[in-house]
Ligand binder design. Sequence first.
Ligand SMILES: Nc1ncnc2c1ncn2[C@@H]1O[C@H](COP(=O)(O)OP(=O)(O)OP(=O)(O)O)[C@@H](O)[C@H]1O
Ligand SMILES: Nc1ccn([C@@H]2O[C@H](COP(=O)(O)O)[C@@H](O)[C@H]2O)c(=O)n1
Length: 216
Amino acid sequence: MDKINIAIDGPAAAGKSTIAKRVAAALNMIYVDTGAMYRAITFAHLNNKEIPFNELVNQLEIKLINEKGQRVLLNDEDITDRIRENDITENVSFVASQPEVRAFLVELQQMMTRDKGVVMDGRDIGTTVIPDAELKVYMIASVEERANRRLLDNESRGIASSYDQLIADISERDHLDMTRDISPLTKAEDAVSIDTTGLSIEHVTDKILSLAEERL
Ligand SMILES: Nc1ncnc2c1ncn2[C@@H]1O[C@H](COP(=O)(O)OP(=O)(O)OP(=O)(O)O)[C@@H](O)[C@H]1O
Ligand SMILES: Nc1ccn([C@@H]2O[C@H](COP(=O)(O)O)[C@@H](O)[C@H]2O)c(=O)n1
C-alpha cells in the first residue's frame, strides 16, 4: 500500500506522543497531537468562560506546525508551552466532554487524515476519527510508571508536581475520559495493545514501525 494512517490511543502519559512523533519521522508521515487541540480550546474557554462552547469554537483557528516538535497556534498565538500548564490539564477533560467541542475537532481531524500519511494520537482516534486506519495501537502502561514519566517530563519543563498528586490527577483524568458520554477512551476492537511498562522508547517505536511495515 502506498500510504496509510496510524491511530495511537491510550490513557494519559502512556507515551503516545513521544512514540507517534518518532514513528512519523521514521516513515516520513505527518504527526498530529489531538490532545493539543483539546488543550487549545481549554485555553480559549478559560479566557472566555462566558462564551457558550457552540459560539466559542466558531471563533477559533487551531494550527499545528511541525517545527521544533510541534507548535500549537490558536488564532496565530503560539500557546505550545502554555497548554501544558496545570490549569489546562485540570480542565481539559471537562472541555473535551462537550458535544460542540468534539464535533468541531473530529471534523477538523478527519479533514487532516483524508489524504492518509498521518500518525495521529489521542483518545478516540481508532474508534471515531479514523475508524478505517490501517494500523491502530492502544498504548498503556502502569499508572505508577506513567506518573514517574510525567514527573520527569514536568521537571524538564519547569512545571511543579509531586508523584502522589500525579497518580491522583492521571487516574482522575483517565476516569473522566473513559466514562464520558461521547467517544469515551476505549480500545478499538481491531487495535493492537502495547503495554509500554518497562519498555524503552526505542523498543516501542521499533515495534510500531514493524507493524506499520507489514501494512505498507
Ligand atoms: N517507553 C517509554 N519509556 C520511558 N519513558 C517514556 C516512554 N514513552 C514515553 N516516555 C516518556 O514519558 C513522558 C510522557 O510521554 P508522552 O507525553 O509521550 O505521553 P502521552 O501518552 O502522549 O501523554 P498525554 O496523553 O498525557 O499527552 C515523556 O517524558 C516521555 O519521554
Ligand atoms: N482525541 C482526544 C485527545 C485528547 N482528548 C482530551 O484531551 C485531554 C488532553 O490530552 P493529552 O493527550 O494532551 O493529555 C485528554 O485527557 C482528553 O480529555 C480527547 O478527549 N480526545
